[in-house]
Each structure stands twice: as structure tokens, then as C-alpha cells.
Design a binder for this molecule. Structure first.
Ligand code: OGA
Ligand code: MN
Length: 213
């Protein structure tokens, strides 16, 4: 059998969705994808988050970390709950399977060296926002990629507010409507971004970071 050198060189395990994300990250430092997770999983995660929120399992989010942590309403007004992967429920386990498969791909094809991940649920009630910031700390630069996945109701529209605005270096503003199932991935140390005030409804998401050692 004669080998075809060209086609033999193409890895058979290439994932077109991941390749799209990687090429977006290389060219513009962010990527927006709407079908990273199945819509059934988005629905389940939304139900879990609504349940936790109604049971007051979420806490006011702080800025900073460890020594310099503070709750400052004028900067950020969301409520969060960190997901403990060791105590994850069935829905969260499924969520992490998708995340871990993506990390495995990034490490294998891009040598990113992602060793840790951390994710939290977030709710921004009406009027809440998060002022322009970078997702990296003064005393800790391990966060490489930020990932935000929206769990909003299916009828969420721009009228609800709560847009994510990303500021690439060239003074441009990318305004992203947080529609359910949408995943935004960006370079944590490079891209400034903000969450605009929510006008009505509760803005629901899971946000997390892929980290190096
Ligand atoms: C954050 C953040 C963006 C969003 O939690 O650090 O910037 O769209 N979130 O929720
Ligand atoms: Mn952020």
C-alpha cells in the first residue's frame, strides 16, 4: 500500500471547534462560540444555579485575592459560588468533562501547560455590573485563559443589559450579548473587559480560569 504523505500528516483527532477557538485566540486574543456545550447541559446548569441562588448559596463577590480581598460594590456587584470539583454533582461533572477535554487538547496541541482550573457560578441581579478590569492579580499571574459561559433564559436580549464588553488594544470595543450557551474565551493577562449594568432579569453564568503552575 502506497502511503500518501500529505494526508498521513494530518492528525486524525483534530477537533474543528477547538481549532477555531485556538485560531481566534492566536489572531485576536478572544473567541466566541455558541455550541461548546450541548443545550441540554446549559439548561441543567441554569436550573442548578437558580436553585442555589434561591437558597442563598451564593455570596457577594470580592475583588483581589487572599490578603487584599475586598467587597467593593462600585467595582463589582455579582454573587458567586465556587464549584468544588471534588463535590461536583452529575451536572457539574458533565461540565468539567467538556472543560477537561478542551484543556487536554490545548496542552497537547499548543503546549499551554494548563495544570489547574477554577470555576464559579455568578449571578448579576438588576443594576449590578463589573467595571473594566483584567482577570489577573498583582501577586499571582497563573490565570492564562478566562472562560465565561452564559446560562441566561432563552429570551435574553440586549434589552436586558449585562453585555460583556472586551477592549482589544486598538481602542476597539467588542460588545457581546450574553445569550444562553454562549462561551467567551479570552487571554486573562491581556484583555481588559467589563460587564455592563443589568437592566432587568438575573444575569446567570459560569466563569472560570485555566491556570499554569
Ligand atoms: C469576571 C468577568 C465576565 C462576564 O467574572 O471576571 O469579567 O461576562 N465576567 O460575566
Ligand atoms: Mn473578568
Amino acid at each position: 500500500m502506497s502511503a500518501n504523505l500529505l494526508t498521513d500528516a494530518i492528525p486524525t483527532t483534530e477537533n474543528p471547534l477547538y481549532e477555531q477557538i485556538i485560531s481566534d485566540l492566536v489572531s485576536q486574543k478572544f473567541s466566541i462560540v455558541d455550541h461548546f456545550f450541548p443545550s441540554s447541559l446549559i439548561l441543567e446548569l441554569r436550573e442548578k444555579l437558580n436553585f442555589k441562588y434561591q437558597n442563598e448559596d451564593l455570596k457577594k463577590a470580592a475583588i483581589g485575592n487572599r490578603v487584599n480581598e475586598a467587597i467593593i460594590e462600585e467595582i463589582r456587584g455579582d454573587f458567586i459560588r465556587w464549584i468544588d470539583e471534588k463535590n461536583a454533582d452529575d451536572t457539574e461533572i458533565k461540565f468539567f468533562q467538556y472543560i477537561n477535554q478542551f484543556i487536554e487538547y490545548l496542552n497537547r496541541t499548543c503546549f499551554l501547560g494548563i495544570l489547574h482550573r477554577e470555576f464559579h457560578y455568578a449571578v448579576y441581579p438588576k443594576g449590578k455590573f463589573y467595571k473594566k478590569h483584567l482577570d489577573t492579580f498583582q501577586n499571582d499571574d497563573r490565570r492564562k485563559l478566562s472562560m465565561v459561559c452564559y446560562l441566561n433564559d432563552d429570551n435574553w436580549s440586549l434589552k436586558n443589559g449585562g453585555e460583556l464588553v472586551i477592549y482589544p488594544k486598538d481602542n476597539a470595543e467588542i460588545v457581546i450579548n450574553p445569550i444562553p450557551g454562549r462561551l467567551v474565551i479570552f487571554e486573562s493577562q491581556i484583555l481588559e473587559h467589563e460587564v455592563k449594568p443589568v437592566i432587568f432579569g438575573d444575569r446567570l453564568s459560569i466563569t472560570g480560569w485555566l491556570k499554569t503552575r
